[in-house]
Write a protein that binds this ligand. Structure first.
Ligand SMILES: *Cc1c(COP(=O)(O)O)cnc(C)c1O
Length: 234
């Protein structure tokens, strides 16, 4: 087994163990392999090991990888855009990705909807919540969720699938769980109102267990699969 296949197996075991510990089925928690800054060859190793869903933070880098695998005739992959999205990059996301996790204003959602090619299924979108209420991070406060969700749900080119958050890092499990529960409660309420909502994107390497215990359906893991990122090369 190569390193990436080995790491993936370990991460999947950790997810299963965390799910079983809180009485959830391991299939209820999906793994998004975050491949930002990593070459297509690393993604190819993960594909060989059975991984299908990949997360990218930088629009052009993600599009290059999507095109690379399309050109190779590899189908069945799922590409999630998980980085901050500027309006001038929305078209590339709409035309290439399957999901966008970082919708935090109607203007971006409308552009994605308008720019989604008619021959593609609606772009799956998650509304990003600023759950730790930090000035520097993107996302909307929970208090604004109902209004934005109602507007987004009307757009024909996108499909509202749920919520995403990047909580401020805290090492204490109880505090991680408390924040994750706030997200899960909002997610459950949204699910009751919109039948398309089924995804709570929450949990990274350091808070995965708490996120899963609280109700996350999708954890986003990069370093533990692909190794440390080297930003000096870009
Ligand atoms: C980079 C990133 C991850 C993965 O982080 P790792 O520490 O490499 O596991 C998850 N979610 C988002 C939004 C990211 O930008």
């Amino acid at each position: 087994m190569n390193d990436i296949a080995h790491n993936l197996a370990q991460v999947r075991d950790k997810i299963s163990a965390a799910a079983l510990r809180c009485g959830r089925a391991s299939e209820d928690v999906a793994l998004l392999a975050v491949s930002k800054t990593k070459p297509a060859s690393a993604v190819a190793e993960a594909i060989d090991a059975g991984q299908r869903a990949f997360g990218e933070n930088y629009v052009q880098e993600g599009v290059d990888k999507i095109r690379h695998f399309q050109a190779q005739g590899i189908t069945g992959l799922q590409w999630h855009f998980i980085g901050p999205l500027q309006s001038n990059k929305s078209r590339l996301v709409a035309e290439h990705f399957d999901w966008c996790h970082t919708v935090d204003r109607l203007r971006i959602a409308s552009r994605l909807s308008d720019q989604r090619p008619a021959e593609m299924p609606p772009l799956n979108i998650l509304i990003q919540i600023n759950i730790s209420d930090e000035e520097s991070k993107s996302g909307i406060p929970l208090a604004e969720l109902d209004a934005l969700a109602a507007q987004v749900a009307e757009l024909p080119g996108v499909c509202l699938r749920g919520l995403m958050a990047i909580p401020a890092p805290v090492s204490n499990y109880e505090r991680q769980f408390a924040v994750a529960r706030q997200m899960a409660v909002a997610f459950d309420a949204l699910k009751l109102r919109y039948p398309t909502v089924d995804t709570l994107s929450l949990g990274m390497s350091d808070d995965m267990e708490a996120a899963i215990a609280a109700g996350s359906t999708l954890v986003r893991i990069g370093t533990a699969i692909f190794g440390a990122r080297d930003y000096t090369k870009n």
